[in-house]
Design a protein around this ligand. Structure first.
Ligand SMILES: *Cc1c(COP(=O)(O)O)cnc(C)c1O
Length: 381
């Protein structure tokens, strides 16, 4: 065997031994929360389509109309000829939704997060990142070349201490966290982090991937709405694909020249922009739809005696990766798709089942799931 294939084969054997090998499973989402895997119909609690919009007739029609009018692809970077009109419309809508002067659409949330930090900070600067932040935030921090320190999850005291000791030594300072944590479902104390950021002249970047449309900042939530850099994705509650940053006009203008994954990549495909625009219409017009994922998640945590859900995401931490895989398989045998989340997505020893609730679930789906979880996962509860 050549050295390349030997390297890959050894790597796979190591992953297999640790129950950490990842595999693709063809899955057909047939609309709503039902999926087909093989010949089996399952109810999925592993989709991030929190508002059930990916298959919404209006969203699909808008995506198809965008293809008819603007084509299947943008054909160039937006700075060249890829800036078809839907993108500007989408940016105006996002800016208004986020109460910011401007917004910029990226190819995905991942692409946004690897571009924003390097455009704003670099050598001699400091990044403070919540330790549970998404992998793409860490990747963006590393790409920037700024000194990056991770603070304990949601730990305001540690953040304050680091700011006091380290902030004076750095030029610019960027704090990065999530509104709703993707694998834990808890929320960051954004008003308090925002106040600390202001006090220490640090810029706060909030990743709202799992908050948009599900956990909208209320009038009392000045801190989170006040974060000067708000990014997110169309791939979750908007049921589409693409990423964005909402910020001030000078910041957005600077990023148009400096954000490498904006400058050097092709514009978002028209179908994604058209779908996201229609989804935003529905999101804003239907408050009952926005309230449903959290209320269903709370129905589930109440049934199991778990801490009250703070978002549409509920983790059940079971420890070992192999245990998470086994429990996921037993829930699948009962008709529920609940994917096991393993390291390195979560810390070692914290493998889990991650339940994601959608406006498209019925109450009885949630109740039957809770019964199955009690039957299958009793020792983890
Ligand atoms: C999903 C996710 C992203 C990436 O968004 P994509 O548009 O899917 O690339 C970024 N941050 C967080 C917290 C996420 O959960």
């Amino acid at each position: 065997m050549n050295s390349l294939d030997a390297f890959a084969t050894e790597g796979l054997a190591r992953l297999d031994a640790l129950a950490l090998r990842r595999r693709l499973t063809p899955t057909e989402r047939t609309g709503g929360v039902e999926v087909m895997r093989g010949n089996r119909r399952l109810i999925s609690f592993s989709c991030n389509d929190y508002l059930g919009l990916a298959h919404h007739p209006q969203v699909k029609a808008a995506a198809m109309a965008a293809v008819e009018r603007y084509g299947a692809g943008a054909a160039a970077s937006r700075l060249v000829t890829g800036d078809y009109p839907l993108l500007g419309q989408l940016e105006a809508r996002l800016a208004a939704h986020k109460k910011k002067p401007a917004a910029l659409v990226f190819g995905s949330g991942y692409l946004a997060n690897i571009a924003i930090p390097p455009a704003l900070v670099g050598a001699g600067d400091l990044i403070l990142l919540d330790e549970l932040s998404h992998a793409c935030m860490l990747a963006g921090a590393k790409l920037s070349g700024a000194r990056t320190l991770r603070f304990a999850h949601n730990d305001l005291n540690e953040l304050k201490t680091i700011l006091t000791l380290e902030r004076p030594l750095a030029g610019r300072c960027l704090i990065m966290t999530e509104s709703v944590f993707s694998m834990d479902g808890d929320r960051a104390p954004l008003p308090a982090i925002g106040a600390l950021a202001k006090k220490h002249d640090a810029w706060l970047l909030v990743d709202d991937a799992h908050g948009l449309g599900v956990i909208e900042p209320g009038p009392a939530d000045e801190g989170s709405a006040a974060a000067p850099l708000q990014m997110g994705t169309f791939s979750k509650s908007l049921g589409s694909y693409g990423g964005y940053l909402a910020a001030s006009t000078p910041v957005i203008e600077l990023l148009k020249s400096r954000a490498r994954s904006f400058v050097y990549t092709t514009g978002l495909p028209p179908a994604s922009a058209g779908g996201a625009l229609a989804a935003l219409d529905i999101l804003e017009a239907e408050p009952e739809r926005r309230a449903r994922p959290l209320s269903l998640a709370r129905r589930f945590t109440q049934a199991l005696g778990l801490p009250l859900a703070q978002s549409a995401i509920v983790p059940l931490i079971v420890g070992e990766a192999a245990t998470a895989l086994r429990l996921s398989a037993s829930l699948e045998a009962e008709g529920f798709l609940v994917v096991a989340i393993r390291p390195p997505t979560v810390p070692a020893g914290q493998a889990r089942l991650r339940f994601a609730f959608s406006a498209a679930h019925r109450e009885e789906d949630v109740d039957r799931l809770a019964e199955a979880v009690i039957r299958q996962c009793a020792p983890a509860l």
